[in-house]
Design a binder for this molecule. Sequence first.
Ligand code: G3P
Length: 215
Amino acid sequence: MKIFIDTANLEMIKEINSWGILDGVTTNPSLIAKEGTDVATRVKEIASIVDGPISAEAMSTDWEGMVKEGRELAKIHKNINVKLPMCVESLKATKVLSSEGIDVNMTLIFSPHQALLAAKAGAKYVSPFIGRLDDIGSYGTDLLGQICGIFENYGFDTEVIAASIRSPVHVLDAALAGCDIATIPYNILSMMVSHPKTDEGIAKFVADFEKSKKK
Ligand code: G3P
């Protein structure tokens, strides 16, 4: 499973990239706003750090506007894909952009039906938001299995990005469901590294090594 970081913060991106495990980056308008910058500037900066797909969201609400914005975003760097929110207009825009070789990440996916339509329109990625489904009392991770199963049944090339990840368990669920990618916040990636038994084991090895030096 590929690992993307879900942030627009350059320090976090640099740190995770230095771990040697980072395959790409997703941003959204809320994450960009938190950094006090604009999408074009920030994705250009991210592209200079990470050699992998970077999602940049288009904000138009009609398909012609989405196509225009998508073409501009794609011009920034070869690794940029255009994030569009799931709706009729974005399906139309996806058809056009994908026919021009511009990758689309269809975001705000909350049902398998939406994912199927996005794949049919030619989206390169679909982003099911599992944490936000949990928020309203649904089982977000069930959606991952349904989408992966449908794409497998029909041989769609569209990749599934597990998004709105709120815990290491969500990452495990994404991997077990067979998702191609999980886009993970910095704090969850940090949690994934640690285990109390690892810390305990390291402390014991260090203590025993120090003791053996004294003999
Ligand atoms: O990738 C989508 C993600 O940024 C949304 O996460 O936690 O706002 O639901 P969250």
